[in-house]
Design a protein around this ligand. Structure first.
Ligand SMILES: *[C@@H]1O[C@H](CO)[C@@H](O)[C@H](O)[C@H]1NC(C)=O
Ligand SMILES: *[C@@H]1O[C@H](CO)[C@@H](O)[C@H](O)[C@H]1NC(C)=O
Ligand SMILES: *[C@@H]1O[C@H](CO)[C@@H](O)[C@H](O)[C@H]1NC(C)=O
Ligand SMILES: *[C@@H]1O[C@H](CO)[C@@H](O)[C@H](O)[C@H]1NC(C)=O
Length: 404
């Protein structure tokens, strides 16, 4: 018997995409088919950005499925975007093949919830806010809308970027309503958090906090001055030393640096040249005619006293920690030898916390309590109930001498 097989030579390969047009959102399904005008006994090879799509598990296109003449991606991500083409081959005559032209697949990112913020500027005698709506993710084009008390006051199609600006007139010191920003595309509509459109002028009192920073050897090395004001939405700050403004502060300066938009002044080193009385001044940044509000002067200088205090605190704290530990060890040792005796010795009820069979080792006190002298009082009471021998009394006297 003669078995005849008819082989039709391949021709006219082309890619058909579902969806069509080939634009789809992340997470959706993409199906590409390699169709031919004519041909039988065909095998197919796919190319993505000119690279063959292999069935290796390391292939960048995973997860996806090659099935007959189709390539299916169940969950499209940005990496799946790009140019695809296929080659159909007649299996029995390896030389014959037909190659499709390229199809460009676009994958659109989902939008993220827009963020809303505003700045203010003065124009003549009136004020205007520049409201920014911004999404961090998504594929343009998108439409931004601005709502003030749920009334649309502006809309803008953003073809290139994911940001839009809207001018809104304001009166400082007045609550102008609640702003919302909305962003939408053909698949999503997202709304920002509400933002009250209110510009509070700088006012109330201005104070300066100083924080000294110490080196490892507890020598004072730097200071951080922070300016606090009672209220004000858009303050600008400047600093003065002994009454003269620190102009052009602090580019190129090794001793001063500004941080936090001028709110914080850092002294990298405290020297006689930068010691003195510092003041912080603040006013509305958007209005160069507004009045400055100034803080009381604060003195920045190297103080031996402060150093000594820190050292004493450190010593007291260490001693206390050691005593507590020593007391604990003594107590536990004693308890192991004679549990009853130990428990009976602690007369104060607050000393017994968990059960009658345990002695309490007090945790070290916070530093504030140590400095306020409570620690020393507690040491007295600790040695008073002298059954729990916490202290060698010489050591305790030493501690007391240092603080006095
Ligand atoms: C699709 O892929 C994204 C990103 O890798 C993943 O977070 C998501 O869970 C996947 N969805 C499904 C249905 O597999
Ligand atoms: C708002 O601010 C942005 C960014 O600074 C700027 O590009 C835009 O021109 C401003 N719009 C108005 C109306 O001032
Ligand atoms: C600022 O004044 C104080 C006190 O009068 C003085 O000790 C200090 O040296 C002055 N600082 C500067 C930089 O002039
Ligand atoms: C305030 O700024 C405007 C514009 O920058 C300027 O023309 C004006 O002279 C400034 N006024 C003062 C008091 O500095």
């Amino acid at each position: 018997m003669i078995h005849l097989q008819v082989i039709i030579l391949v021709s006219g390969a082309h890619v058909t995409s579902d969806p069509q047009p080939p634009v789809l959102y992340e997470g959706s399904r993409l199906t590409l088919s390699c169709d031919v005008r004519a041909g039988s006994h065909l095998s197919y090879t796919w190319f993505h950005n000119r690279q063959e799509v292999t069935s290796l598990p390391t292939s960048p296109l995973n997860p996806r499925l090659l099935l007959g003449n189709t390539l299916i991606v169940e969950n499209v991500t940005a990496e799946h975007a790009g140019n695809y083409y296929c080659i159909a081959r007649t299996m029995l005559m390896d030389r014959r093949f037909s190659s499709s032209s390229e199809v460009n697949i676009k994958v659109k990112a989902h939008l993220s919830v827009p963020q809303i913020s505003f700045t203010i500027s003065k124009e003549g005698s009136s004020y205007r806010c520049n409201v920014t709506c911004r999404s961090s993710r998504g594929t343009p084009p998108v439409t931004f809308r601005l709502l003030l008390d749920n009334v649309e006051v502006g809309s803008e199609v953003s073809g290139e970027s994911l940001v839009a600006w809207f001018p809104v007139p304001v009166v400082p010191g007045q609550d102008m309503g609640v702003l919302l920003c909305r962003v939408e595309n053909d698949a999503q509509l997202l709304t920002s958090e509400p933002l009250t459109l209110e510009v509070v002028p700088v006012g109330g009192s201005v104070t300066v906090d100083i924080e000294y920073l110490y080196r490892f050897d507890s020598k004072m090395s730097a200071a951080r001055l922070q300016c606090h004001l009672s209220f004000g939405t858009f303050p600008s700050f400047s600093w003065s030393l002994n009454g003269s403004l620190l102009f052009g502060c602090c580019e190129g300066s090794t001793s001063h640096a500004l941080a936090d938009a001028g709110r914080t002044l850092l002294l990298a080193e405290i020297t006689p040249e930068n010691s003195g009385y510092y003041r912080c001044r603040t006013k509305d940044s958007y209005d160069n005619a507004s009045a400055w509000v100034e803080s009381e002067p604060v003195l920045v200088q190297i103080t031996e006293v402060t150093m000594a205090t820190i050292e004493v605190i450190a010593i007291v704290f260490c001693c206390f920690l050691m005593l507590t530990l020593a007391g604990g060890v003594a107590c536990v040792t004693r308890m192991l030898r004679n549990p009853r005796e130990c428990v009976q010795s602690s007369q104060q009820p607050e000393e017994r916390r968990f059960s009658d069979n345990f002695c309490i080792i007090r945790p070290p006190l916070p530093l504030s309590e140590v400095t306020s002298g409570t620690a020393l009082k507690r040491l007295d009471s600790c040695s008073a109930d002298n059954d729990v021998s916490c202290v060698d009394s010489d050591l305790q006297n030493q501690t007391l001498e240092i603080t006095i």
